[in-house]
Design a protein around this ligand. Sequence first.
Ligand code: ADP
Length: 299
Amino acid sequence: LVRHPEFNRYLSNGAFSEPLEMTSPGETEKAVSLQIIPFGEAQKLIIGHDVTRLARLEQMRRIFVANVSHELRTPLTVLSGYVETLHGMNTLDAVDLKKHLTTMHEQAARMQRLVDDLLTLSKLETAAPTRHDESVDIPGLLAGLKEQAEILSGEQRHRIALEADPDLNLRGRREELHSAFMNLINNAVRYTPAGGTIQLKWAADEDGARFSVADSGEGIAPEHIPHLTERFYRVDSARSRATGGTGLGLSIVKHVLLRHDAYLDIHSEAGKGSVFTCVFPAARLVRKQSTVSGDTAEL
Ligand code: ADP
């Protein structure tokens, strides 16, 4: 350490009010913070901290801010370009105007989606662990999401099937589960060619319960799979943007599942399709019990 040039400079400079941060001379993948404290006649105490985790977090924060800025800048540039063009025009052709406004609207909507997803993520990260979870009617929630998926599919006419255990509820946050499941279902529609099949399944198994979305879409090559839940990670950026993606959907899914003691399992084969499965522990399940009147009560 004493021979390390950076440390040497710190030592001979004599300004010890701030610590020195550098990569560890022994293990280059580690970051250390060193503080010299002079004491006694001519003695010095060195306190060293391993700050690798902090340095990594700081690096992630920088990358995240750069990514967000980049994502916002593109639509903003297009929008302000159009505003300038419209401003400079003396006469406005109605057809041109409509075209310009359509593009402006699309770009504004893109920014809106990005900001909405960022807010969702930040809420998920800062919210306290959920203690007052409610029993969420998953079969009902999925029926609604299936209808929305059919609307999103529109002319593409995907064949969407839902198979849900009608008596199986989940203890959690309705809004969060809605957001996670919606992201998975929307992805299946967006990454599956017209006419493809999408199967939604909610069922208990021996360890707990699973919600899965299987599609006959384009699939994902194995090297991408471990990165899919990273913020802004996309296999094909052009396709993601063209279908209204923000690159944040699967990060939201991952966070929601973490908050529900669950995890996301991804199986996919390029060209064949994908299966995204949310795996919930048994402790989160709530069984509905049918009563004589036809109403349901919870066990
Ligand atoms: P995006 O807004 O780009 O869809 P996501 O976080 O939801 O962001 O997904 C990350 C990436 O994972 C997508 O850009 C896409 O490349 C891939 N992906 C997600 N779902 C599917 C799917 N069902 N089929 C194929 N690729 C998918």
